[in-house]
Ligand binder design. Structure first.
Ligand code: NAI
Length: 332
């Protein structure tokens, strides 16, 4: 029984091959993303296609998959905005995903970004390699005692709150759903405006929805403390990048750490080191000394990749045997 992978990277191959020892599927890996240009690579022996965030499962692509007899679309990620679920439903293709994988991985990456920006370890690393032991320009601040504002206290936000409580921070949060265990642990919930205006450090951990696109915009930045540190490991569309650049230039935003970016689709997960980048906004961002950009690597730990491979192959195995996987895993 064949599973055809799209957008496959060496680390996908490593972790899926490892877990496939339990299942014994035939695994075929393609580096290219799935789209109309390649859909004919799928043949009648393909039981499932396994895809990632930038594969395009349009009506046309899913219709071709159905014609070829594909039974399952397996997303090796949580988000599914790139899949026409209705078409899959109509054509009888099951769609599964990995709803959660190591929330601690993303929370710890947010903390890593915060500490890098604050203590400037990225600069120290380069300086010391050139035998420059000067401390000028490396001045940081204590996290202990600072107010951290957390927007969204689901799985990742909760893990982040716990770490920040451990640092001795005052943690305030906004989420339409209050987590009583966090409240008992010392997190105080407030309105979005309360949290945004009181925090020295703000970290975004809510999903991107139609209602919160550009949640952080010019008006919201105006409410923030001068010199605030803003961390976004959730989705690029949560912040209006142009407004944030204005905030940085005005020195209202003191530090910015982003693992996600509005236009990341054209950049992230690719080596563009020999390419002239057309996107002036990312070039402007990376030109600031107080901005740290990482390429959507929050999830990228061994533990998370293990879980992604195991959950994906388990779901496909269950479906192939006529069993129903966990409801949280199934989209269609
Ligand atoms: P989750 O579903 O467990 O929690 C999301 C929380 O946000 C919920 O408690 C919900 O009530 C709250 N929420 C929804 N809208 C809100 C709003 N407008 N303001 C404040 N809170 C709001 O999700 P989880 O697993 O914690 O993931 C959070 C986000 O992290 C994902 O939606 C995804 O965008 C991002 N993510 C990033 C990764 C990376 O590698 N950088 C990897 C995985 C997820």
């Amino acid at each position: 029984m064949k599973i055809l992978f799209f957008s496959a990277k060496p680390y996908d191959i490593q972790f899926f091959n490892k877990h496939n020892k339990t299942f014994g599927f035939e695994l075929d890996y393609l580096e290219t993303h799935l789209g109309p240009h390649i859909v004919n690579a799928v043949n009648e022996h393909t039981y499932a296609v396994c895809v990632f965030v930038n594969d395009k499962l349009t009506i046309e692509v899913i219709t071709t998959l159905a014609t070829k007899g594909v039974k399952v679309i397996a997303l090796r990620c949580a988000g599914f905005n790139n899949v026409q679920l209705e078409t899959a439903r109509k054509l009888g293709i099951r769609v599964c995903r990995v709803p959660a994988y190591s929330p601690e991985a993303v929370a710890e990456h947010a903390v890593a970004m915060l500490l890098t920006l604050n203590r400037k370890t990225h600069k120290a690393y380069n300086r010391v390699r050139e035998q420059n032991y000067s401390l000028n320009g490396l001045l940081g601040f204590n996290l202990h005692g600072k107010t951290v504002g957390v927007i969204g206290t689901g799985k990742i936000g909760k893990a982040f709150c716990k770490i920040m409580l451990g640092f001795g921070c005052k943690v305030m949060a906004f989420d339409p759903v209050v987590d009583e265990t966090l409240r008992a642990a010392g997190v105080s919930y407030g309105t979005f405006e309360d949290v945004i205006s009181s925090a020295d450090i703000i970290s975004l951990h809510c999903p991107l929805t139609a209602d919160n696109h550009h949640l952080v915009n010019r008006e919201v930045i105006a409410l923030m403390k001068k010199g605030v540190t803003l961390i976004n490991t959730s989705r690029g569309g949560l912040i209006n990048t142009e407004d944030v650049i204005t905030g940085l230039k005005a020195r209202n935003i003191g530090y910015l750490g982003i693992d996600v970016y509005e236009q990341e689709e054209k950049l992230f997960f690719k080596d563009l080191s020999g390419t002239i980048i057309d996107d002036d906004t990312i070039q402007r961002l990376t030109g600031f000394p107080n901005v740290l950009v990482t390429g959507h690597q929050g999830f990228f730990t061994e533990e998370a990749l293990d879980q992604i491979a195991e959950i994906t192959l388990t779901s496909i195995d269950q479906l192939s045997k006529g069993a129903e996987p966990d409801a949280a895993v199934m989209l269609v």
